[in-house]
Design a binder for this molecule. Structure first.
Ligand code: SF4
Length: 370
């Protein structure tokens, strides 16, 4: 480590000398960040891949659409002819909303918003989905990958957003890949966020490698019982573990530029579920022990009963829909309440005890928390 000698002439020190008649201007917010997570500047990864690699990714994207095993559902369908479980074909994607969004973490939404693209459809069927009207049904408008790329440009040029935030994109990865490659030719220069449930396949993440800057995965539940019952997926936990490890291997821990905006890395979200503290504790412990103790984590407290939760039991299926409590009066009665703050705190405490120390909170208002 070098040290500064007090006997050396002042001009050899690297501080800018500011004339007394000019105000000292600080061009960037000061961050209390250690160098490994502070970037001087940032070039999106999709600008660093060669034309040859870009062409390979394009042809691989088309190949995947002809026999889609891109998520763990492994439908194996030719999406040019019919759709699989996600209900989305090959030529277009269904998009519900595209806009600067102020419902994200402060390091993503900054002052101008995160350029969010909310895809319609999903490869999971979470009983409590907070966006079920667009994820369980196809509501929105159809866009080709080229049209999608033009929207990214509008978000950049008109919206002045800080990033392109692809929300629930797991089932449209080939089209997303084609859109990013087209947008790089149009002049896109914003980081790409892949905002996922973590029900991704390794093939899908390999296709995205070199194109995505920030992975924003959920880690929803820990046990297979919860995965089957609440997400309608057999192998969610194992898939999420593999996916998050692969994401972290690509981009590492979350890094920021001096303006406080995240540019590269992984941020894991865990939505605390009522009565499921133990699962949350296992998830954060696993992250610390198997991914990184420096992983950035958002332990979210905004769960609210939605979608199928709290709805009347259905006819003959009532027994199957009810929880193990035979006296249940509504569907998914065990999660039919908001979370208690003590549940949130106990998961945060478990994360700290496991060695995690980088936490992010939701923005307190529609902009930076400053
Ligand atoms: S992305 Fe859609 S079609 Fe492809 S495997 Fe998953 S659910 Fe099936």
């Amino acid at each position: 480590m070098s040290s500064v000698s007090l006997t050396k002439p002042l001009r050899r020190l690297r501080f800018p000398l500011v004339p007394f008649n000019k105000p000292y201007r600080v061009s960037q917010r000061s961050l209390h960040l250690a160098p490994p997570w502070l970037l001087d500047d940032y070039i999106p990864r999709y600008h660093l891949i060669s034309s040859l690699d870009a062409a390979k990714k394009r042809s691989l994207a088309y190949a995947h659409l002809r026999e889609c095993n891109l998520c763990p559902r492994k439908c194996g369908v030719n999406r040019y002819e019919k759709s699989g479980m996600c209900l989305v074909g090959a030529q277009t994607v269904k998009v519900n909303t595209i806009a600067p969004h102020f419902g994200e973490e402060p390091c993503f939404q900054g002052h101008n918003g995160s350029g969010s693209v909310f895809f319609s459809g999903c490869n999971l069927r979470c009983s409590f989905c907070q966006n079920w009207d667009i994820s369980h049904q196809l509501n929105g408008f159809d866009l080709t990958p080229e049209e999608l790329a033009e929207w990214y440009m509008k978000l950049q040029e008109v919206g002045r957003v800080h990033n392109i935030n692809l929300v629930t994109p797991e089932h449209v990865v080939p089209q997303v890949v084609l859109s990013i490659l087209h947008a790089r030719e149009l002049g896109l220069r914003l980081p790409i966020i892949y905002n996922t449930s973590s029900f991704d396949s390794l093939e899908s993440l390999e296709l995205l490698d070199g194109l995505v800057d920030i992975y924003l995965p959920d880690f929803k539940v820990w046990t297979d019982k919860s995965s089957k019952r609440l997400l309608k997926a057999d192998n969610y936990t194992e898939t999420a573990m593999e996916s998050i490890k692969a994401m972290h291997a690509q981009v590492g821990d979350l890094c920021f530029t001096g303006d406080g905006i995240a540019k590269k890395g992984v941020l894991v979200r865990h939505l605390v579920m009522p009565g499921m503290e133990e699962e949350g504790k296992q998830i954060v412990k696993w992250l610390a022990e198997n991914v990184s103790k420096d992983i950035m984590v958002h332990i979210m407290e905004q769960y609210f009963p939605r979608a199928h939760v709290g709805k009347p039991l259905r006819g003959k299926k009532a027994g199957a829909d009810a929880s193990s409590d035979a006296t249940a009066k509504v569907r998914y009665e065990e999660i039919n309440r908001p979370v208690d703050l003590s549940e949130v705190e106990s998961i945060k405490k478990a994360a700290q005890e496991a060695g995690i120390w980088r936490f992010v909170e939701a923005a307190k208002h529609g902009g930076f928390n400053i």
